[in-house]
Structures are given as structure tokens and as C-alpha cells.
Design a protein around this ligand. Sequence first.
Ligand code: GRF
Length: 205
Amino acid sequence: MGMKWAALVGGYGSNLEAMLEYGNPIGLVISHKANVRALEVAKRFHVPTVTLLPKAFPMREAFDQALLKILRDEGIEALALAGYLRWLDPAIVREYKGRAINLHPALLPSFPGLNAIEQAFEHGVFWTGVTVHFIDDGHDTGPIIAQAAVPRYREDTLFDLRERIQYHEHHLYPRIVEAVDQGIVVLEGTQVIWKESKSWINGQY
Ligand code: GRF
């Protein structure tokens, strides 16, 4: 297929880096925060960036309209969220249905929302992981594309667990972007359909 992707970011940008190193066709990086490392990563890979600060807009609707206009003007066909800590407007979700994905550092539907790694750690789970899902109108509720389970060992610090989760994020997400890009995995209604089997959809790379 070969779509033009935008990565929506807002922080450190390690997943953006993983996608760009892997060779995902990211044609634009949009950040909702200024001066974040993700923007430096984009520049290092010569990917154009847009910084869209919520506080520059009088209300949420205006921010979302500006975002949708940029996506359309730039001919963006698919969205990969990575550390973008805002909910997407329903109009954007509708326009990019089946072509917008998110990465979450827990095994959804457990521990949705912010600080998922901390939530799972503090809850004392033996297993947590990484989820990649299509975006729908809910918060971390969309149809699941792939998951990698990650053990939490007794002696783990939060740092140890975070590192183990990030390893899977960085390996899984670029492969899913590629699979969506090539139509190997598609969304039909609310069903995720894999057209080819891939060993890594549950974390075996
Ligand atoms: C990742 O843990 C991702 O799962 C979550 O936000 C974090 C982004 O990290 N949605 P980075 O900015 O890609 O390093």
C-alpha cells in the first residue's frame, strides 16, 4: 500500500525513533508539546514537524480542527500515536478509522489511561505487557491488533519493568505500522483481521 503516516507524539520519542530506524514511512511528526526530545528525533531523521500547543487555542474544538486541517493539507493517510497524551476528536477518529493506531504500555483492557506501567507495578501484577490497538471513540478501548506479555519479577524495580516493556514497544510497534501500511492487518467493522500469520504478533520477534 505505502501510505503517508503522521506520528503523533508528546514526549521522549523512543517509539518514534524505533519506527524511523525500522523504516516506517513517517512523513510528518506532530507534537502537542514544545521542546520535547521526540521533535529532536524527527529532525535527526529529516522528518518535518509541527508543534500544536493546546494552550494556543481558545477551546478544544479549535485545536482539533487545526489538527485535522494539517492532516488533510499534508495528505496524511494514517496515524501512529506514540506518547500523544490527548484524546483524538471523533471527527478525526472517523476519518482515520482503521488507519489510526495507538500503543499502550499494559495489557488492555487492564490499566488504561496514564501511568499504566506504574499502575500495573503498584497493583502487584505478575504479568503486564504492551498493546497495539486501532483507535476508536473510547479511551484505550479500540480493537486490539497485537499484544506482547511481559513478566514482572519479584525483584523488579519500576525501572526494570519499564525497560522490559519498552523493549517490546520498540520491537512490536514498527512491525504493526508496517502491517497496517501494507494491508496485512485490517479493521472490518470492529473486527481485526490478520491476512497473514506473523510470529511476532504476541511478542516473538
Ligand atoms: C510509551 O510507553 C507508549 O506506550 C505510551 O507513551 C509512551 C511513549 O514513549 N503511549 P516515547 O515518547 O515513545 O518514548
